[in-house]
Write a protein of this length. Structure first.
Length: 452
């Protein structure tokens, strides 16, 4: 049953009134697709911008069965609406883990494929799509097409990171990662500035998981001061007595609520500076080692339900950029300088290292990626245009999954294979039955894409 409602994604910006429907069978999905245009699939709505907003939203969340789990070889097949947290509850007790995971477990499998999500282990394991064996997609004609690296390979590669524009993903089969405990051997290392954290990333490049928190407002010799967080899946003999009683325990489903949007003035450059000071100067030595549950390592914010409300009623834009390796230090130095000059502090600033990567339309390239959260306000948009110029000037690009405002020119210059992607979209979605606010804004699903 379709009904109109006010929809927004995790950034709460933009918000639109749209018709949303759900389906339980492939037949129901086909019937809806046949009767409607301007459709985009939607899972948990954890992308920040407008990628899963459209005139007609088709929710996958009721299409959520695990179809097959090979416990011996670590292969799982499921419907697109299954969420990562549901997968973890099944596979962790059997000694398996997600091959790649973003910073929240409340993401659907279909969304993970459509965004080709990356995690803290990109430099080792690539993106989620690198572990997908095959999948099925309902394209604009209503056909349900099987695709893999060998069969309809163009549909396969364009769907991976294609933001739902090739069709509705219905089924995904992918490989898991073997683990012996559900705990992570974590190391935290303080870095005095951006140069030192770059040196630490290189020093610890062999670690499977790495991510750094950055103080984006500190200047001078301490510009870019950071805490690098490293991780490996712990072995049984590394656990303490309490942990050893249940070495493959899953995550807790308890949450702390934020029941309403907090006032916008709470997050400002002064409160962000205070938080950064307290976080960096928390009582810990230069190097700190611990064994922690996977939930606190991979998903520290998931414990707070609706933590996005902390940015206030107007919402937040997450601006995630990547620079090629050779330009990363220069580009990030420029970005941090511009942030300090503007006073537009980001409450959560995260730095990760990407390994070598080639894809049609996915975000990563070999280099460093920085994610910044900025509360929506009038002066934000001209400021982000300044950052856009720094990104393009250093050969970088922005993450489509997080985007809510980039221009078509920024998209085509940042994604050199955009024209090849558009050709495949035109093949399987010729009259743009599948489209979103993002794809319309970027001229992906408009007549203008013929000139790109």
């Amino acid at each position: 049953m379709a009904h109109k409602k006010l929809l927004s994604n995790w950034g709460n910006y933009p918000a639109v009134t749209a018709e949303e429907t759900s389906f339980r069978t492939v037949k129901e999905a086909r019937e809806f697709i046949a009767k409607h245009d301007g459709i985009i699939s939607r899972g948990m709505g954890r992308c920040y911008g407008d990628a899963s907003l459209a005139q007609h939203s088709i929710s996958t969340l009721q299409f959520n069965k695990i179809l097959f789990f090979d416990r011996l070889n670590g292969i799982i097949e499921c419907e697109a609406g299954v969420t990562l947290d549901s997968i973890l509850e099944v596979v962790v007790p059997a000694g398996w883990f997600l091959p790649v995971t973003p910073g929240t477990k409340y993401v659907s499998i279909g969304g993970a494929v459509a965004s080709n999500v990356h995690g803290k282990n990109h430099h080792i394991d690539g993106c989620f799509g690198d572990h997908v064996i095959d999948m099925e997609v309902i394209v604009a004609s209503g056909e349900s097409l099987f695709c893999s690296k060998e069969v309809k390979a163009d549909l396969f590669v364009a769907t991976m990171g294609g933001m739902g524009l090739t069709g509705l993903i219905t089924r995904v089969k992918f490989k898991l990662k073997k683990i012996y405990t559900s705990y992570i051997r974590q190391r935290q290392v303080k870095a005095r500035n951006l140069i030192e954290v770059f040196e630490l990333f290189e020093q610890y490049r062999h670690h499977t998981y790495s991510v750094a928190w950055i103080d984006c407002l500190k200047g001078g010799d301490a510009s870019g001061r950071s805490i690098l967080i490293l991780g490996e899946h712990a072995l049984s003999e590394e656990l303490n007595a309490r942990q050893s009683r249940n070495p493959l325990t899953t995550h807790s489903n308890k949450h702390l609520p934020i029941p309403f949007n907090l006032p916008s003035f709470i997050l400002n450059k002064y409160s962000v500076k205070l938080f950064n000071y307290l976080y960096y100067n928390k009582k810990m030595p230069k190097i700190s080692d611990d064994i922690v549950p996977y939930d606190s390592f991979f998903y520290p914010l998931d414990v707070i339900r609706h933590w996005n409300r902390g940015h206030g009623r107007r919402g937040v834009i997450q601006y995630q950029l990547v620079f090629p390796l050779e330009n990363s230090l220069n580009g990030l130095t420029e970005v941090l300088k511009r942030i300090r000059k503007s006073g537009m502090g980001s409450f959560l600033t995260v730095l990760k290292l990407f390994g070598p990567y080639e894809s049609l339309i996915s975000f990563p390239m070999e280099g460093y990626t920085l994610a910044l959260d900025f509360p929506v306000e009038r002066k934000l948009f001209p400021f982000l245009e300044e950052l856009d110029r720094i990104v393009l000037g250093n050969g970088g690009r922005l993450y489509l999954t997080k985007d809510a405002r980039m221009s078509p020119d920024m998209f085509t210059k940042g994604y050199p294979d955009a024209d090849k992607f558009l050709d495949i979209v035109n093949k399987y979605n010729p009259v743009f039955k599948f489209s979103s606010l993002l794809s319309t804004r970027l001229n992906i699903t408009t007549k203008q894409n013929a000139i790109l």
